[in-house]
Design a protein around this ligand. Structure first.
Ligand SMILES: [Zn+2]
Length: 139
């Protein structure tokens, strides 16, 4: 490849990136030099390829749907986690109660249960309020 061809091909790249205009001398060279005209053709092919990439529509709906699904999976994992914590917590309490029952503290357990049934409904508004605040319903 001649020195001149190298220079022309560098110019072709600049023209490809719209940093230069195609000038007559180069146009004439393209008509006469097979290597350079082939090089220019390849650049044009790249351009066409890039156009195809632009044409691919970005499906924003699908993207937002994917994000939504990811959020749902996260939420489900959180729910499973709290369920496991609840199961562990309640089985610990159940074993403690069973242990007390075996040891003969049945009346105490009954008192404890009765107090719990009295107190929990009183706490309910506080629990609901706390949840509202945490989930951001409270504007
Ligand atoms: Zn050439």
């Amino acid at each position: 490849m001649s020195e001149k061809c190298i220079k022309y091909q560098q110019d072709l790249v600049d023209i490809f990136y719209k940093e230069k205009e195609l000038y007559d001398e180069l146009r004439l060279h393209l008509n006469n030099c097979e290597k350079c005209s082939k090089y220019w053709e390849e650049l044009e092919h790249i351009k066409l390829g890039l156009k195809d990439i632009d044409i691919i529509p970005v499906d924003y709906m699908q993207i937002s749907k994917a994000f939504e699904q990811a959020d749902n999976i996260k939420e489900r994992r959180k729910n499973i986690k709290s369920l496991i914590v609840f199961i562990i917590f309640s089985s610990i309490i159940m074993s403690i109660i069973t242990l007390f029952a075996i040891k003969g503290y049945l009346s105490e357990i009954l008192y404890f249960q009765m107090t719990t049934y009295m107190i929990i409904p009183l706490l309910l508004p506080i629990i609901i309020r706390k949840r509202y605040i945490r989930e951001g319903y409270n504007d």
